[in-house]
Ligand binder design. Structure first.
Ligand SMILES: [Mg+2]
Length: 161
């Protein structure tokens, strides 16, 4: 089962801290959560303007609860395959929800596939612009799925690439 995911996070050059996470599954299921453990009083001005204001009116959850819910979410539909768009930090944030490197559930992949890498390998075709929700994690996850689908259509239309 493919999953497209995105996170919003606080990065200070030493740690990457979860603020919110959004996921879209290949079968149409969606997940969104905001961490109760992030203190938005510490947010940078950029985060306040671009992320905190767009978190939505949802009940915040502990990282432990998010992990439990994700574990259930990802176990529906067989082995997960994770996709993100320029997702190197997002991947760390997702992995750290499950603990240390070796706490990762057995049988799950040790890499996230990256949409941007696929786009570059195809000759860097230009994506359509994202029309909504930039920096809301669920909207960004939906956009990642849309970009993946766009690339798949591009491959089919350009079989030589
Ligand atoms: Mg985002």
């Amino acid at each position: 089962m493919r999953y497209w995911f995105d996170t919003e996070f606080h990065d200070d050059g030493h740690t990457v801290e979860l603020i919110s996470i959004g996921i879209v599954a290949e079968d149409g299921r969606e997940y969104y959560a905001v961490s109760a453990e992030y203190d938005s009083n510490h947010a940078t001005d950029w985060l306040k303007q671009n992320v905190i204001q767009q978190l939505g009116d949802v009940q915040m959850k502990s990282r432990r609860l998010i992990r439990q819910e994700l574990d259930t979410f990802f176990r529906q539909g067989g082995t997960p395959e994770f996709w993100a768009d320029c997702g190197e930090y997002d991947w760390i944030v997702l992995r750290q929800l499950f603990g240390t490197l070796t706490d990762w559930p057995e049988g799950w992949p040790y890499l996230a596939m990256d949409i941007e890498q696929w786009r570059l390998q195809l000759g860097a075709p230009a994506f359509p612009l994202q029309d909504r929700g930039l920096h809301n994690a669920l909207d960004d996850a939906r956009n990642a799925q849309a970009r993946w689908q766009w690339l798949l259509a591009y491959v089919k239309a350009n079989p030589a690439c």
